[in-house]
Design a protein around this ligand. Structure first.
Ligand SMILES: Nc1ncnc2c1ncn2[C@@H]1O[C@H](COP(=O)(O)OP(=O)(O)OP(=O)(O)O)[C@@H](O)[C@H]1O
Ligand SMILES: O=C(O)C1=C[C@@H](O)[C@@H](O)[C@H](O)C1
Ligand SMILES: [Mg+2]
Length: 171
Protein backbone atom coordinates (compact mmCIF):
# COMPACT_ATOMS: atom_id res chain seq x y z
CA UNK A 1 0.00 0.00 0.00
CA UNK A 2 1.52 3.36 -0.91
CA UNK A 3 0.67 6.35 1.24
CA UNK A 4 2.20 8.15 4.20
CA UNK A 5 5.40 6.84 5.82
CA UNK A 6 4.01 7.80 9.22
CA UNK A 7 0.51 8.81 10.35
CA UNK A 8 0.25 10.50 13.75
CA UNK A 9 -2.93 10.42 15.82
CA UNK A 10 -3.65 11.58 19.35
CA UNK A 11 -5.47 14.20 21.40
CA UNK A 12 -4.83 17.95 21.36
CA UNK A 13 -1.47 18.64 22.96
CA UNK A 14 0.00 15.23 22.15
CA UNK A 15 2.46 16.99 19.86
CA UNK A 16 1.32 15.64 16.47
CA UNK A 17 2.23 18.85 14.64
CA UNK A 18 5.49 19.45 16.53
CA UNK A 19 6.70 15.85 16.40
CA UNK A 20 5.42 15.38 12.84
CA UNK A 21 7.58 18.23 11.55
CA UNK A 22 10.64 16.85 13.34
CA UNK A 23 9.97 13.40 11.88
CA UNK A 24 9.65 14.77 8.36
CA UNK A 25 13.03 16.50 8.76
CA UNK A 26 14.60 13.34 10.14
CA UNK A 27 13.22 11.24 7.28
CA UNK A 28 13.99 13.84 4.60
CA UNK A 29 10.38 13.95 3.55
CA UNK A 30 7.44 16.34 3.62
CA UNK A 31 4.97 17.05 6.41
CA UNK A 32 1.23 17.40 5.97
CA UNK A 33 -1.45 18.18 8.54
CA UNK A 34 -5.16 17.65 7.91
CA UNK A 35 -5.97 20.63 10.17
CA UNK A 36 -4.00 22.89 7.82
CA UNK A 37 -5.69 21.27 4.78
CA UNK A 38 -9.14 21.92 6.25
CA UNK A 39 -8.35 25.55 7.08
CA UNK A 40 -7.00 26.12 3.58
CA UNK A 41 -10.04 24.53 1.91
CA UNK A 42 -12.47 26.49 4.06
CA UNK A 43 -10.50 29.73 3.77
CA UNK A 44 -10.71 30.28 7.54
CA UNK A 45 -9.22 29.09 10.77
CA UNK A 46 -10.48 26.01 12.61
CA UNK A 47 -11.96 28.04 15.50
CA UNK A 48 -13.81 30.13 12.88
CA UNK A 49 -15.19 27.00 11.20
CA UNK A 50 -16.44 25.70 14.57
CA UNK A 51 -18.09 29.04 15.41
CA UNK A 52 -19.55 29.87 11.97
CA UNK A 53 -20.41 26.44 10.59
CA UNK A 54 -20.48 24.06 13.58
CA UNK A 55 -18.54 20.95 14.51
CA UNK A 56 -20.50 18.63 12.16
CA UNK A 57 -19.48 20.70 9.16
CA UNK A 58 -15.87 20.71 10.39
CA UNK A 59 -15.98 16.89 10.67
CA UNK A 60 -17.20 16.59 7.06
CA UNK A 61 -14.35 18.75 5.81
CA UNK A 62 -11.95 16.79 8.00
CA UNK A 63 -13.02 13.40 6.61
CA UNK A 64 -12.53 14.69 3.05
CA UNK A 65 -9.08 16.00 4.03
CA UNK A 66 -8.10 12.67 5.63
CA UNK A 67 -9.29 10.72 2.58
CA UNK A 68 -7.32 12.94 0.19
CA UNK A 69 -4.17 13.01 2.31
CA UNK A 70 -4.08 9.22 2.73
CA UNK A 71 -4.45 8.81 -1.03
CA UNK A 72 -1.92 11.49 -2.05
CA UNK A 73 0.69 12.00 0.64
CA UNK A 74 3.83 9.89 0.96
CA UNK A 75 5.59 11.72 3.82
CA UNK A 76 4.56 12.32 7.42
CA UNK A 77 0.89 12.97 8.03
CA UNK A 78 -0.63 14.38 11.22
CA UNK A 79 -4.38 13.97 11.62
CA UNK A 80 -6.61 16.38 13.51
CA UNK A 81 -7.19 15.18 17.07
CA UNK A 82 -10.78 14.11 16.40
CA UNK A 83 -10.32 12.56 12.96
CA UNK A 84 -10.53 9.04 14.41
CA UNK A 85 -14.12 9.69 15.55
CA UNK A 86 -15.21 8.81 12.02
CA UNK A 87 -15.66 5.07 11.42
CA UNK A 88 -14.84 5.70 7.75
CA UNK A 89 -11.55 7.37 8.70
CA UNK A 90 -10.74 4.48 11.04
CA UNK A 91 -11.30 1.97 8.29
CA UNK A 92 -9.08 4.00 5.92
CA UNK A 93 -6.32 3.81 8.54
CA UNK A 94 -6.28 0.00 8.65
CA UNK A 95 -2.90 -1.43 7.70
CA UNK A 96 -1.19 1.98 7.79
CA UNK A 97 1.85 2.97 9.88
CA UNK A 98 -0.23 4.80 12.49
CA UNK A 99 1.32 5.97 15.78
CA UNK A 100 -0.78 7.14 18.72
CA UNK A 101 1.10 9.92 20.51
CA UNK A 102 -0.17 9.56 24.06
CA UNK A 103 -0.14 12.23 26.77
CA UNK A 104 -1.65 12.58 30.24
CA UNK A 105 -4.00 15.35 31.27
CA UNK A 106 -1.35 17.37 33.15
CA UNK A 107 1.13 17.65 30.30
CA UNK A 108 -1.64 18.06 27.70
CA UNK A 109 -3.31 20.97 29.44
CA UNK A 110 0.03 22.62 30.14
CA UNK A 111 0.92 22.30 26.46
CA UNK A 112 -2.35 23.47 24.92
CA UNK A 113 -2.41 26.44 27.28
CA UNK A 114 0.75 27.62 25.51
CA UNK A 115 -0.66 27.38 22.05
CA UNK A 116 -3.41 28.40 19.61
CA UNK A 117 -7.02 28.18 20.91
CA UNK A 118 -8.68 24.74 20.70
CA UNK A 119 -12.44 25.13 20.33
CA UNK A 120 -13.19 21.88 22.17
CA UNK A 121 -11.09 22.87 25.19
CA UNK A 122 -12.15 26.49 25.46
CA UNK A 123 -14.38 26.37 28.56
CA UNK A 124 -12.87 23.98 31.12
CA UNK A 125 -9.73 22.52 29.53
CA UNK A 126 -8.93 19.88 32.18
CA UNK A 127 -12.41 18.44 32.41
CA UNK A 128 -13.09 18.68 28.68
CA UNK A 129 -9.76 17.02 27.89
CA UNK A 130 -10.50 14.12 30.30
CA UNK A 131 -13.99 13.57 28.83
CA UNK A 132 -12.66 13.68 25.31
CA UNK A 133 -9.95 11.10 26.13
CA UNK A 134 -12.36 8.76 27.89
CA UNK A 135 -14.31 8.49 24.65
CA UNK A 136 -11.33 8.52 22.28
CA UNK A 137 -8.60 6.44 23.94
CA UNK A 138 -10.09 3.15 22.64
CA UNK A 139 -10.30 4.64 19.13
CA UNK A 140 -6.71 5.93 19.09
CA UNK A 141 -5.59 2.52 20.36
CA UNK A 142 -7.69 0.66 17.79
CA UNK A 143 -6.13 2.43 14.79
CA UNK A 144 -2.54 2.47 16.10
CA UNK A 145 0.28 0.12 15.15
CA UNK A 146 2.29 1.60 18.05
CA UNK A 147 1.67 3.83 21.06
CA UNK A 148 4.35 6.38 22.01
CA UNK A 149 3.98 8.09 25.41
CA UNK A 150 5.13 11.72 25.35
CA UNK A 151 4.83 12.75 29.02
CA UNK A 152 8.16 14.12 30.26
CA UNK A 153 9.64 13.60 26.82
CA UNK A 154 10.93 16.35 24.57
CA UNK A 155 9.48 16.51 21.04
CA UNK A 156 12.88 15.29 19.75
CA UNK A 157 12.80 12.26 22.06
CA UNK A 158 9.20 11.52 21.04
CA UNK A 159 10.22 11.66 17.37
CA UNK A 160 13.05 9.18 18.04
CA UNK A 161 10.61 6.86 19.80
CA UNK A 162 8.28 6.97 16.77
CA UNK A 163 11.15 6.04 14.45
CA UNK A 164 12.03 3.13 16.77
CA UNK A 165 8.44 1.96 17.04
CA UNK A 166 7.97 1.87 13.26
CA UNK A 167 11.49 0.52 12.65
CA UNK A 168 12.31 3.52 10.46
CA UNK A 169 15.72 4.20 12.01
CA UNK A 170 17.55 3.25 8.81
CA UNK A 171 15.02 4.78 6.45
N1 LIG B 1 6.82 16.54 23.99
C1 LIG B 1 6.52 17.84 24.24
N2 LIG B 1 6.98 18.44 25.34
C2 LIG B 1 6.68 19.73 25.61
N3 LIG B 1 5.90 20.52 24.83
C3 LIG B 1 5.41 19.97 23.72
C4 LIG B 1 5.68 18.61 23.36
N4 LIG B 1 5.03 18.34 22.20
C5 LIG B 1 4.38 19.49 21.87
N5 LIG B 1 4.63 20.46 22.75
C6 LIG B 1 4.06 21.84 22.74
O1 LIG B 1 2.67 21.68 22.98
C7 LIG B 1 1.90 22.55 22.16
C8 LIG B 1 0.91 21.71 21.35
O2 LIG B 1 1.65 20.86 20.44
P1 LIG B 1 1.08 20.49 19.00
O3 LIG B 1 0.43 21.68 18.36
O4 LIG B 1 2.20 19.83 18.28
O5 LIG B 1 -0.03 19.43 19.40
P2 LIG B 1 -1.08 18.70 18.45
O6 LIG B 1 -1.09 17.27 18.91
O7 LIG B 1 -0.71 18.94 17.03
O8 LIG B 1 -2.45 19.39 18.84
P3 LIG B 1 -3.81 19.57 17.92
O9 LIG B 1 -4.57 18.27 17.99
O10 LIG B 1 -4.57 20.65 18.60
O11 LIG B 1 -3.37 19.91 16.54
C9 LIG B 1 2.91 23.34 21.33
O12 LIG B 1 3.12 24.59 21.97
C10 LIG B 1 4.17 22.50 21.37
O13 LIG B 1 5.34 23.28 21.28
O1 LIG C 1 -9.48 16.99 19.06
C1 LIG C 1 -10.23 17.59 18.27
O2 LIG C 1 -11.42 17.28 18.11
C2 LIG C 1 -9.65 18.67 17.46
C3 LIG C 1 -8.27 18.76 17.36
C4 LIG C 1 -7.59 19.71 16.46
O3 LIG C 1 -6.50 19.02 15.84
C5 LIG C 1 -8.55 20.28 15.42
O4 LIG C 1 -8.81 19.31 14.42
C6 LIG C 1 -9.84 20.74 16.03
O5 LIG C 1 -9.51 21.77 16.96
C7 LIG C 1 -10.55 19.60 16.75
MG1 LIG D 1 -1.74 19.83 15.40
Amino acid sequence: MTGPLVVLVGPPGAGKTTVGKLLADRLGTTYRDTDADVARTAGKSIPEIFINDGEDHFRQLELAAVTDALAEHTGVLALGGGAILSPVARSLLRGRPVVFLDVGVNDAVKRVGLDAPRPLLAVAPRQQWRELMEKRRPLYTEVARAVVPTDDRTPEAAAEAVLDALELKDA
